[in-house]
Design a binder for this molecule. Structure first.
Ligand code: GN1
Ligand code: MG
Length: 358
């Protein structure tokens, strides 16, 4: 089915006149829809390989955005608005089994791939801090849309299987990368055990907090809202911080093939944490404060594992732009993790100082 035929199944205000591809997400296919009415819309084909239960995922998104809308001044701009189909569902399924969903296009906004200034990083910290704060009293159960998404114990189950299967026959050339993963296995499992044991609390989290998943207001440069709510689930709020730092505080893009350009910028880290903690400081537990600085190391490690595992599996999960893309992503994120490890004492100090600040 053509995208223009698909969009006709949604309850738009006006008639769709043009559907054009937008951006280059790794997971879904995204289009912007022009109409003869007052709004533009975002049409997405949701990746059913990544999201095995799209209806449950859409229910999560509607529940969370409905909650946020009750609390903000401008409910059409400060969170996503899911647009139902003409028969009242939050997705449309084509005869070939693909799932499509629509939300309002939020005008006069920009997204960024790399934080260009510490103030942008501070805005990002405010953005996710605010998102988590708005959802602090959300008490409905959320579906686990991707099993064990940021659960490293589950990732190791997948990893061990991937190594054993060696589907793409690539393992022989990966001695250094595999040793990198294995050498840190215990440290990462020890961290995750804190979540499993309830030492670190479960909260509503976004789970994909890279910079490009936030809209910034074009006029003010201030963060407006979190988008890409596909992975909203219960997890530790630390993961949202960790994943954000992985993108905001990287000196370059996540797949830069020039690894000498990859390092963690502490000015960006400090600014991000300043924004985040200003929203969340009062409600964080002692254990969350204690482990806050470790979060970027954990998530960057997980990302190394996921990119490398996909390379080993033959590039089945992430979209790639060239044959070695997943390996370059792996190595680039390895360089980032090394830089975080070198700077970990400094990161702890920054968090402690910000927490001590009135
Ligand atoms: C994917 O959906 P997108 O492209 O924003 C991935 C994230 C990774 C990210 C790496 C559902 O994010 O977990 O961190 O790529 N999302 C999913 O850029 O796997
Ligand atoms: Mg995403």
């Amino acid at each position: 089915m053509d995208t223009i035929d698909i969009i006709r199944h949604f309850a738009l205000d006006g008639k769709a006149v043009e559907v054009k591809p937008l951006g280059d997400g790794f997971i879904n296919d995204t289009f912007v829809v022009k109409t003869d009415g007052p709004h533009k819309y975002i049409l997405q084909r949701k990746n059913k390989f990544v999201f095995p239960d799209v209806p449950a995922m859409m229910d999560n998104i509607v529940a969370v955005t409905t909650h946020i809308k009750k609390k903000v001044q401008d409910p059409l701009r400060e969170t996503l608005t899911v647009v139902p189909t003409t028969d009242g569902k939050y997705y449309f399924q084509t005869p070939d089994g693909e799932y499509w969903a629509v939300c309002l296009f939020i005008e006069d906004t920009v997204t960024n791939d790399v934080a260009s200034t510490p103030d942008m990083a501070r805005q990002g910290g405010l953005g996710i801090g605010h998102f988590q704060a708005l959802l602090a009293d959300f008490d409905k159960p959320l579906a686990e849309v991707i099993k064990g998404f940021h659960n490293i114990r589950w990732r190791f189950v997948q990893w061990d299987e991937a190594l054993k299967a060696n589907k793409a026959g690539r393992i022989d050339g990966l001695t250094e990368e595999i040793a990198f993963i294995e050498g840190r296995r215990k440290e990462m499992l020890d961290f995750w055990k804190l979540v499993e044991d309830g030492v670190l609390p479960m909260r509503v989290t976004h789970n994909d907090t890279k910079l490009s998943n936030f809209l910034f207001d074009k006029a003010t440069g201030k963060v407006l809202c979190a988008i890409d709510l596909d992975t909203v689930m219960s997890s530790t709020s630390l993961n949202d911080v960790g994943d954000a730092i992985r993108s905001y505080a990287n000196n370059t893009v996540e797949d830069d093939p020039d690894y000498s350009k990859v390092w963690i910028r502490l000015d960006m880290y400090e600014a991000y944490m300043d924004g985040y903690l200003s929203e969340r400081k009062a409600t964080l537990s002692e254990s969350e404060k204690e482990w806050m600085a470790f979060a970027p190391l954990y998530i960057t490690y997980e990302q190394v594992l996921r990119f490398l595992m996909d390379y080993i599996d033959g590039d089945v999960y992430y979209k790639i732009k060239y044959p070695e893309h997943n390996l370059v992503r792996t190595r680039s994120q390895m360089a980032l993790l090394r830089s975080m490890e070198d700077n970990y004492p400094e990161m702890r100090k920054i968090v402690a100082e910000l927490l001590a600040k009135a």
